[in-house]
Design a protein around this ligand. Structure first.
Ligand SMILES: Cc1cc2nc3c(=O)[nH]c(=O)nc-3n(C[C@H](O)[C@H](O)[C@H](O)COP(=O)(O)O)c2cc1C
Length: 330
């Protein structure tokens, strides 16, 4: 790991909320569930977001959607993220979720998945800063909790609206803005244009979280240094690698670099993750859902591809244990 950068790790105050650190877990559909969030907290994430949940489904009390908002026992600060197309729908969702204890509620203004776009949610909002403001104002009318928006740059390269959207959201009551500096049209292609995070930070007075291409602790230090943003939100970089939270905190705090993890430590964390998942969704579903995480945990391990081939067949925790134990013996 490169030279430590003391002083980059610090608390963030978001309106009335004090978050003890500035290395957070980003919302990730299909991944940021209670079990994974719990693992991330254990490894140093100061605040974790749920995956985006449909405001419409929340307002209808959809049980599956509400399950996505269940918190892990070690989670002190959880951000709930909703996606909505209209103020009334967002307000109803906020009314429904406030009693579930979020630390902050975020409005998704960036999702580029066709299903979400078809419902006029996610990145569609980037086309109308006025609508972003109206939705945040409606959310604000229901709660004193801090609110935030998570933006992409804009719909496409000819309409970069993030500054207008941030301004509208802040005027309507948002206390934090996150930017993933790619357009909707880019999806995940190319590189994240961090210079826009810098432009956003210079334009607003609320804290700014940066997202995009954070795959190592060094990437996080570089983003904070180059953009002046207040904190980083890890996404793809922490899949199968929750250890990146502690590594980042250490690097940002200027402590000595952490030793490289061996296969045993990686796999024992993966097994703890599986057991937690089983507690929340039951063993059969956990064993299926864990496969994608397991693939990520074993990335780069010597003989990892054989391990992955065996795991895709595993249907019980016992089978996972046998596969892992036999791998470590060999
Ligand atoms: C599998 C996956 C699911 C995601 N789901 C969400 C989501 O529910 N809400 C959201 O705002 N962003 C979502 N994102 C975007 C991430 O939060 C993040 O902004 C993006 O991945 C850029 O960061 P990275 O390049 O470090 O991965 C998702 C990304 C991935 C890879």
């Amino acid at each position: 790991m490169d030279s430590p950068k003391p002083g980059l790790f610090h608390p963030i105050r978001v309106s009335s909320l004090d978050v003890p650190g500035n290395v957070w877990l980003a919302p990730m559909a299909g991944y940021s569930d209670a079990a994974f969030r719990s693992v991330c907290v254990r490894h140093g994430a100061s605040l974790c977001f749920t995956e985006m949940v449909s405001a419409d489904a929340l307002a209808r009390n959809n049980a599956t959607t509400l399950c996505l908002l269940r918190k892990a026992s070690n989670e002190k600060l959880t951000g709930f993220q909703i996606f909505a197309s209209a103020p009334t729908m967002a307000a109803a969702a906020v009314r429904r979720i406030v009693p579930l204890g979020p630390a902050i509620i975020d409005l998704n203004c960036g999702c580029s998945v066709p299903k979400v776009l078809k419902a006029d949610c996610g990145a569609v909002l980037l086309r109308s800063p006025v609508l972003v403001g109206s939705i945040v104002a409606a959310m604000k009318s229901e709660t004193d909790l801090p609110l935030s928006v998570k933006l992409r740059l804009g719909w496409d390269s000819s309409s970069l609206t993030y500054l207008q959207c941030a301004d509208a959201a802040i005027k309507a009551g948002a206390s934090l803005v996150t930017l993933h500096p790619r357009t909707r049209a880019q999806a995940f292609s190319g590189t994240a244009l961090w210079e826009h995070i810098r432009a956003l930070k210079q334009a607003v007075t609320v804290p700014v979280m940066g997202s995009g291409d954070l795959f190592t602790a060094k990437n996080c230090a570089d983003m904070l240094t180059r953009t002046g943003c207040d904190g980083v939100m890890l996404a793809r970089g922490c899949l199968g690698n929750p250890f990146i939270f502690a590594q980042t905190v250490e690097l940002l705090s200027g402590s000595a670099a952490a030793a490289r993890l061996d296969a045993g430590e990686r796999l024992s964390t993966a097994m703890q993750h599986l057991r937690m998942l089983a507690e929340s969704v039951g063993e059969p579903k956990a064993c299926r859902d864990m496969r994608k995480h397991f693939v990520a945990y074993t990335k780069g391990l010597v003989g990892g591809s054989l391990l992955r081939q065996s795991v895709v067949q595993a249907e019980s925790i016992g089978e996972y244990e046998e596969i892992v134990e036999s791998y470590l013996r060999e």
